[in-house]
Design a binder for this molecule. Structure first.
Ligand code: IDP
Ligand code: MG
Length: 159
């Protein structure tokens, strides 16, 4: 199965710091397939839903203000273990602690302004994608380089 999906948000600080292309490019070059992409000034009610698990945190209001300050770029990416792969590419939550080589590790020094969101698990991804995308905004298409991105083992499984 290579059709696991993850939601990526290229956050307002990435746009403001001219890092949107860098972020998108890293996911793309890794081999994740872009199946949806749009720019949206995220409304507060959608962000409150997206970050509902953090509603009790002291930083919640500031987080919502930051995320609703200017537009973001949203993507749905597809791939084998897409959530795990994308989380590894973005790095840990806090910029100063995130591993160098990751997006946050290379470009963020903040606990809040950490450039990119990526879904934690496939179950969470499904809910997050529904919050921001209509199914008709998500594309199904064949990429001609598929056989150079994944191999197959002797049983025909994608490896
Ligand atoms: P994640 O984005 O790495 O999954 P979460 O714990 O789910 O991290 O937090 C969501 C977002 O909330 C973070 O990406 C960051 O922007 C913000 N955030 C998390 N912890 C803090 C904090 O201690 N202070 C300020 N903002 C925070
Ligand atoms: Mg999270």
């Amino acid at each position: 199965m290579v059709n696991e999906r993850t939601l990526i948000i290229v956050k307002p600080d990435a746009l403001n710091r001219d890092l949107a292309g860098e972020a998108i490019s890293r996911f793309e070059r890794k081999g994740l397939k872009i199946v949806a992409m749009k720019m949206e000034h995220l409304p507060v009610y959608k962000l409150k839903e997206h970050y509902a698990h953090l509603a009790e945190k002291a930083f919640f209001e500031e987080l919502i203000k930051y995320m609703s300050s200017i537009p973001s770029i949203l993507m749905v990416l597809e791939g084998k273990e897409a959530c795990k792969v994308a989380r590894k590419l973005i790095g840990g939550t806090y910029g100063r602690e995130a591993e160098p080589g990751t997006l946050r590790g290379d470009y963020s020094v903040s606990n809040q302004m950490n450039l990119v969101h990526a879904s934690e698990t496939p179950e969470i991804a499904e809910k997050e994608i529904k919050n921001f995308f209509a199914e008709k905004e998500i594309f199904e298409y064949n990429k001609t380089n598929f056989d150079w991105i994944y191999a197959r083992d002797s049983k025909g499984e994608i490896v």
